[in-house]
Write a protein of this length. Structure first.
Ligand code: F6P
Length: 341
């Protein structure tokens, strides 16, 4: 078989580990051939390819990013997009595709499956918010980066008797905020799943100052206060209507300064959480996903996605993976509240 591989959506540590595992097992165990499609769905759409053999995947296991490049191109939003993809797959002699991506990339994969394209999906996102899999690779790396930042911020916050607001990624789900906040000993954690009361956050911050320690507030980029507590100005959203990185963090620091009379600073971790080398956990998970994805292709089990259930890698229908976003259950959040203040 000749198999195309692509990576779509926001990059995340571990993508190269998947590509390496797919190619290594695909060539050595099954004797398949590979072609890399560049920049997500733009690759098959525009016929942008690169060679993908064993020499091309040598040494990439610890490297962040993706050797294939990525984009958020959606062929269903482009005129004749699907026809162009089918034509380019045929021209490159591609029998099947492995699409590594998040909700959007896998959503496209699922629709293409319904239109007769042979696709197997591999889930990725640092946000860990994909349904149908217990974990996605990239999440553990992001949490570790954020945890290390929080550890460092504790000491500088204490020296200057300041509040430090740490904004982490997570537009719709607060998994990174919750895990990094717990691991880093944050004094308040704010998630998109629950509107927060700015008065209550200020009270936690005050309480923390009373014990001589400076507070760390971890906030997910998509967290918002109770209705009426903040009017998001136009500059708080980007052209796609998403809350701008840094928007909520900056706002919080200003409000907390005003309410507590103590200096506050904001640190926006942003894309640092997505860059660089993956943790051991993410390398292993990504590698196992890759090994099982090529098995699924070899079995002709198209329209499926590999997923982690407990410690097992299983196959689930692609449609199931994109059906529902996996957000933080409230009982997980309230568990953490014992550390607030
Ligand atoms: O979905 C992953 C993610 O990192 C989100 O946490 C974040 O909101 C978004 O991507 C940022 O996307 P971009 O790289 O387009 O700014």
């Amino acid at each position: 078989m000749r198999i195309g591989v692509l990576t779509g959506g926001g990059d995340c540590p571990g993508l190269n580990a998947v590509i390496r595992a797919v190619v290594r097992k695909g060539v050595s165990t099954y004797g398949h051939e590979f072609v890399g499609f560049r920049d997500g769905w733009r690759g098959p759409l525009e016929g942008l390819t690169r060679p993908l053999g064993i020499p091309d995947v040598r040494g990439i296991l610890p490297r962040g990013g993706t050797i294939l490049g990525s984009s958020r191109t959606n062929p269903f939003k482009i005129e004749n997009g699907v026809e162009r993809i089918k034509a380019n797959l045929a021209e490159n002699g591609v029998d099947a595709l492995i699409a590594i991506g998040g909700e959007d990339t896998l959503g496209v994969a699922s629709k293409l499956t319904d239109l007769g394209v042979h696709v197997v999906g591999v889930p990725k996102t640092i946000d860990n918010d994909l349904g149908a899999t217990d974990y996605t690779f990239g999440f553990d790396t992001a949490v570790n980066i954020a945890m290390e930042a929080i550890d460092r911020l504790h000491t500088t916050a204490e020296s200057h008797h300041r509040t430090l607001v740490v904004e982490v990624m997570g537009r719709h789900a607060g998994w990174i905020a919750l895990h990094a906040g717990l691991a880093g000993g944050a004094n308040v954690i704010l998630l998109p799943e629950r509107h927060f009361d700015i008065e209550q956050v200020a009270a936690y911050v005050e309480k923390r100052f009373q014990t001589q320690y400076a507070p760390i507030v971890v906030v997910a980029e998509g967290a918002t206060p109770l209705e009426g507590q903040m009017v998001l100005q136009d500059q708080g959203r980007d052209a796609f209507g998403h809350v701008r990185l840094g928007g909520i963090g900056q706002w919080l620091a200003g409000e907390l300064e005003e309410r507590t009379g103590k200096e506050a600073r904001t640190v926006v971790l942003g894309h640092i959480q997505r860059g660089g080398t993956p943790t051991a956990f993410d390398r292993v998970l990504a590698t196992r996903f890759g090994l099982h994805a090529i098995d699924a292709v070899n079995d002709g089990d198209f329209g499926t996605m590999v997923a982690l259930h407990g410690t097992d890698i299983v196959r689930v229908p692609l449609a199931e993976a994109t059906r529902e976003l996996k957000t933080v259950p409230m009982e997980r959040y309230t568990e953490a509240e014992v550390f607030f203040g």
